[in-house]
Write a new protein. Structure first.
Length: 557
């Protein structure tokens, strides 16, 4: 008998980096995550499958990330990137060898470790997966080893979008893209930034759109379910520094727990919340596993090759004083940390079973890019957790939809406005540094509604192409990544440049369409820069009425 269900959700997302710079922000970020996250995750799913263990991971792949995984330009760029890393490791191997310019036996072994790792990654990408990550993920979904969820098209911050046509288009394009890539309809969705907006007298709640497009469930943070205060633990290991929760005042504890899923009250859409204590073991800046002294240091790189040769050493050690990385010591810590996590999950579910007499749920959700990229050993940790959960516990590991099918929700819930960001609300994306962005987005949404209405019968020719490109540019303009990066500060200039680039291209296309003079050469240039969602249709931006009593998708003439 199972003592409960464990759902491990990995949310995979990167901004649209294609042809938008290389380093420190741009395509190289994508290549790093392919090498360090996405290929390794496919590998552990495959290795576990060969052992007879379906991984049962729930893996979110945002539509804009899927577009990049399937892009030929980025596939060629990734191979070039990996070959450069291989050459860098080979040069380091010669440099650190006994007759090299900087003999060092420890660094020699680490150079060989890196060389072998990069060579295997290239071989796996080209030969095991045929340079097609989407097909590989789809294969394992069809086998039942994983479940893939979708998201809004460009990870738009849904609660702050002005028109309901934008919400419709973000979700519709996201679902359509998923069907094109994975050959079936998605069951679940990751709301961008876990941002939720309930129904008001003027507008429908987000779940109305999810229901229209056949989506059955989404995820939220623990405090959204439980109420009370959020915990100041997150997120120290993310790409752009530490963003910690702040206390949320004025919302009492609800008496509910994250040990079950809930229906939303108006629609048959389910929600499950992240388990605070179990998630804390990874996200905590002080106690999270990625902060272990033996794990590889992300921030320190060799000044010639750019490769990693050092371990974290301690949280207070300056970069110049970091000690050399030891792969064997790191592997031992992976074994210990995975033992600890599996034991924790088993204990929590056992205690819950004793308390209620029924098996319950424990769901944890993390950014995929933490594992392998920021926490080099993290993918192996996931594999060990899954393997040990299977062999040594009475915990049932399930994908999110399997859990919901086997254990349908018994209760309904009303969720408040919320996100994973500081204070549990929206201030990471709407604040004094980003407030100038939103009137621009809102004006562009209204312009797109007008274009969609005025040209609703246009399909082919230059006008149809220009309308599709304007749709792409607006969707990209709406990405939550740009205000997020402005707020965190590390990539502020890059984010503003990207935001203004999509805005200028949208306005250029609008001017062409309003004048009736479409410059084909320029249109082709824009299509080559931002080529995502090839089948997108401008009519998804037709004005709609979505008051709570209205039918979703009703066109307004």
């Amino acid at each position: 008998m199972s003592i409960g269900s464990f759902v491990l959700m990995l949310h995979s997302h990167l901004p649209f980096y294609r042809k938008a710079g290389m380093w420190p922000f741009g395509e190289e970020n994508f290549y790093e995550c392919v090498a360090e996250c996405y290929v390794p995750i496919l590998n552990i799913v495959d290795e576990l499958w060969q052992e007879g263990i379906p991984a049962k991971l729930t893996i979110g792949i945002t539509p804009i990330l899927a577009e990049q995984m399937a892009d030929e330009h980025l596939a060629h760029g990734f191979i070039k990137y990996i070959n450069l890393r291989i050459k860098a490791a080979e040069k380091d191997e010669a440099r650190f060898s006994p007759r090299g310019e900087s003999p060092n036996p420890t660094l020699l072994q680490l150079a060989r470790f890196n060389l072998s790792w990069f060579q295997k990654t290239l071989d796996d990408y080209q030969n095991k997966y045929g340079k097609n990550l989407i097909a590989a993920f789809a294969k394992f979904q069809k086998l039942g080893a994983i479940e893939i969820t979708t998201s809004a098209a460009t990870h738009g911050f849904s609660p702050l979008l002005y028109t309901d046509s934008s919400l419709r288009c973000q979700f519709k394009v996201g679902v359509d893209s998923y069907k094109r890539h994975f050959g079936q309809a998605p069951k679940g969705i990751w709301l961008p930034e876990c941002a939720y907006r309930p129904a008001t007298e003027e507008r429908a709640g987000l779940e109305k759109w999810l229901h229209e497009f056949g989506l059955k469930y989404f995820f939220t943070e623990s405090f959204v379910i439980e109420g009370g205060k959020t915990v100041e633990v997150r997120k120290d290991f993310g790409p752009y520094g530490s963003i910690q929760y702040l206390p949320v005042s004025g919302r009492p504890a609800t008496g509910l727990t994250t040990h079950e899923a809930y229906w939303l009250k108006e629609y048959p859409v389910a929600v499950m919340g992240r388990h605070e204590q179990a998630g804390y073991q990874v996200w905590s800046a002080e106690h999270g596993y990625p902060g272990d002294a033996n794990y590889r240091e992300f921030h320190k790189k060799d000044d010639q090759s750019g490769l990693h040769y050092w371990r974290l050493t301690s949280k207070t050690t300056d970069l110049g004083a970091k000690e050399y990385y030891n792969p064997e010591a790191a592997a031992n810590r992976v074994a210990e940390n995975s033992d600890h996590f599996v034991g924790l999950v088993q204990q929590i579910l056992t205690d819950r079973l004793k308390e209620t007499g029924e098996p319950s749920l424990l769901m944890v959700s993390f950014d995929t890019e933490l594992f392998g990229h920021w926490w080099f050993e993290g993918v192996t940790w996931i594999k060990e957790v899954i393997r040990k959960m299977k062999h040594y516990t009475a915990v049932k590991m399930e994908t999110a939809s399997e859990y919901l099918e086997n254990t349908p929700p018994k209760h309904a819930i009303e969720l408040p406005e919320s996100s994973w960001g500081a204070g549990g609300h929206w201030q990471v994306w709407l604040n004094k540094d980003t407030e100038w962005m939103w009137p621009i987005i809102h004006e562009s949404e209204e312009i797109m509604e007008r274009l969609a209405h005025d040209h609703k019968d246009a399909d082919g020719g230059l006008h149809g192409r220009a309308l599709r490109q304007a749709t792409r540019e607006l969707l990209l303009l709406e990405s939550s990544d740009w205000p997020f990066l402005v707020t965190t500060g590390q990539a502020k200039d890059y984010a503003i440049e990207r935001f203004e680039g999509h805005l200028n291209r949208f306005r250029e296309l609008t001017a062409m369409l309003d004048s009736g003079l479409i410059v084909e050469k320029r249109l082709k240039e824009l299509e080559d820069i931002d080529n995502c969602f090839p089948d997108v249709c401008h009519r998804c931006f037709l004005p709609v009425t979505t008051t709570p009593g209205a039918q979703v998708g009703t066109a307004v003439s």
